[in-house]
Design a protein around this ligand. Structure first.
Ligand code: SF4
Ligand code: SF4
Length: 363
């Protein structure tokens, strides 16, 4: 297993991190002991960074880690999060996480799921969540304050420059890397640790293995391995969080940590070029098209539209809208065809036509 320094903290972190959001139920319930065995096995295979959040797996993820941590004999690092909008709520979240996991402190405590710069500013207000995290750090309950964000590259650069965090967790993968890369570089250059989540693009990458076969190296077993390696091969990335659902996932993902070789800038450019050529029909979720004047959630609609392109069935889009994105197809009719989004779309998609089509499917 390759280990890298987490920014200026000096901590050696495994290149593969355990993402604790994909434990599976056995029937109606989680088998907590069985899930905990996946965590202990990951530790045996060299993984030492365990990432969870209070809401993962209906709150059971932290409990599973708690069971496993009692059995782990050596040093490991715990990452959890709070999306609280007030200082009191953050404190409540932190105390519950400590209790559930049976640990005395959280190594990497994330101000979680910062969606926009406005949201970021709100977390920093006097008496707010960030101040509460600082206080917890002074008390020794938190080792490092970190941030998890869905902001774009430029926004991340601003956050990095303000210097309030020791590390950052962000979604980064083959499909969206051009969009976030400047933020990733800024974080690395400023001595922050970088954890990346969602290396499989929410499932879009394995579902498009055929489109992406140019990514698969000869020695790789699958596109999943190639996608994890893609993140792990960036010098800026400290650890790649991979969601694990079975012991087999643990074995396979940990094995990738033994096969990393860095990418050059040229190789990244080549991938970017091939990507736009190969995925020209699909939305990559880059979110350049956001800020529709009518408030249409364009990336969500377009990602849902991907589903019908991949599966050749419009019900796949309708199901994704309902169950994944919580949107009504009728909202697509809010579009007034101003064209602003199409000008910004990195994939040059015919967004207006696609929205019309989605709306027509609802009638
Ligand atoms: S074309 Fe439609 S979806 Fe795109 S920005 Fe204008 S109103 Fe929004
Ligand atoms: S519609 Fe275009 S700009 Fe918007 S998220 Fe998808 S690829 Fe990016």
């Amino acid at each position: 297993m390759l280990y890298k320094k987490y920014g200026k903290t000096g901590k050696d972190i495994s290149i593969i991190g355990f993402g604790g959001m994909r434990f599976q139920k056995d029937g109606e319930e989680y088998d907590l002991e069985k899930c905990a065995q996946m965590v202990t096995r990951a530790y045996e295979l060299g993984i030492n960074y365990f990432d969870t959040a209070p809401g993962y797996c209906g709150g059971k993820s932290e409990e599973i880690f708690g069971i496993a941590f009692k059995q782990i004999p050596g040093k490991f690092y715990v990452s959890t999060k709070s999306s609280a909008r007030t200082g009191d709520k953050l404190r409540e979240d932190l105390e519950r996480s400590l209790k559930r996991m049976g640990v005395e402190k959280i190594d990497f405590f994330h101000i979680w799921c910062v969606l926009t710069m406005e949201d970021y500013r709100k977390r920093l207000v006097k008496g707010g969540p960030y101040e509460a995290a600082l206080k917890a750090k002074e008390e020794g309950l938190v080792e490092h304050i970190t941030i998890s964000t869905h902001c774009n590259g430029e926004e991340i650069e601003t956050i990095v420059k303000e210097g309030l965090f020791e590390g950052i967790t962000l979604g980064y993968n083959i499909l969206n890397f051009p969009y976030r890369r400047s933020g990733l570089k800024a974080a690395f250059d400023n001595g922050m640790g970088v954890a990346t989540m969602n290396p499989l693009g929410g499932g879009v990458i394995p579902q498009n293995a055929e489109y992406l076969k140019f990514m698969i190296n000869e020695e790789d077993q699958s596109i999943v391995e190639s996608a994890i390696k893609f993140n792990a091969s960036h010098k800026e990335i400290t650890t790649v969080l991979t969601g694990m659902s079975s012991l087999r996932d643990v074995e396979e993902n940990a094995a990738v940590g033994n096969k990393i070789s860095p990418f050059t800038e040229e190789k990244l450019k080549e991938i970017e070029n091939k990507l736009s050529a190969s995925m020209n029909e699909l939305c990559t979720g880059c979110r350049y098209c956001e800020k529709c004047p009518q408030g249409v959630s364009i990336p969500k609609f377009m990602l849902a539209y991907n589903e019908s392109l991949i599966r050749k069935d419009k019900t796949a889009t309708m199901n994704a809208l309902k169950w994944t994105y919580g949107l009504s197809p009728k909202e697509a009719n809010e579009c007034i065809a101003c064209g602003a989004c199409e000008k910004k779309c990195t994939q040059h998609l015919n967004i207006i036509e696609r929205l019309k089509e989605i709306y027509s499917w609802s009638n």
